[in-house]
Design a protein around this ligand. Structure first.
Ligand code: URA
Length: 233
């Protein structure tokens, strides 16, 4: 959205008055002085004369049990199902926090709180994410230790992880793995690095927030306590 419209929506003044403020260099978007051509997106931090402004919209926080077979985007050029199809009756314009692959299921947060979304996805904050993975073959103790210490993924060693073998036989192993990074296809690539293929992947927790018994394809609103927990991570 154009910055002058956004400011007007926030009650700062008419669009013309807002243009004047912008021309005078009094408006910043994400801490940078804006120009009249600056566009504002959900999650941007906008201030006038150093004071934060917002539309006063109701902040909504949702946990979805993403099923496999849908993309974690708001729209899809290829016409595939998106996670938004599962939260159609929510009236706020929420959007997904981070990403799960098309064939990954599990805990996905959606919100219209840009600050919290940025915080949860910024690598600096190292929010832990726990997955259950079923992998091909038997996972040796040495491989568990390798994964825990760090393996080479896309030319960079992964940060320490916690790996627990839950059960397994000669053909498959079920593993719980907690990581603090959010690189693209990270879990699959970590297992690939030790010669294993991920056959099934489900995110069961983000920090201490657990998926629990939430059914596939269903969502629930976070409690105030859960929202505060995430804000204080
Ligand atoms: N790691 C993956 O490989 N895929 C996901 O969807 C999430 C983490």
């Amino acid at each position: 959205m154009r910055l002058n419209k956004y400011l007007a929506d926030c009650g700062v003044g008419s669009r013309r008055a807002c243009d004047k403020l912008i021309e005078e260099g009094k408006v910043k978007v994400n801490d940078k002085v804006a120009t009249v051509t600056t566009q504002v997106e959900i999650g941007d931090k906008v201030s006038v004369n150093g004071k934060r402004v917002g539309t006063g919209k109701k902040l909504t926080y949702i946990m979805l049990h993403k099923p496999k077979g849908c993309v974690t985007t708001v729209t899809d050029d290829l016409g595939r199902k998106t996670v938004m199809d599962f939260v159609k009756d929510i009236h706020s314009r929420v959007y997904p926090v981070g990403r799960l692959d098309y064939d990954t299921e599990g805990l996905l947060l959606l919100t219209n709180d840009g600050d919290l979304a940025n915080k949860l996805t910024h690598p600096r904050n190292e929010v832990s994410k726990t997955y259950i993975a079923r992998i091909s073959g038997k996972l040796a103790d040495t491989e568990v230790r390798q994964l825990e210490k760090g393996v080479m993924v896309d030319g960079k060693v992964t940060a320490p992880a916690i790996v627990k073998v839950l059960e397994g036989d000669a053909h498959h192993t079920r593993v719980e793995i907690t990581i603090h990074e959010g690189r693209n296809r990270q879990i699959k690539k970590m297992f690939e690095a030790v010669g294993k293929e991920v056959e099934f992947l489900k995110r069961v927790a983000v920090g201490d927030l657990h998926l629990g018994g939430l059914q596939r394809g269903k969502y629930r609103f976070l409690t105030e306590k859960e929202v505060n927990y995430l804000k204080n991570l």
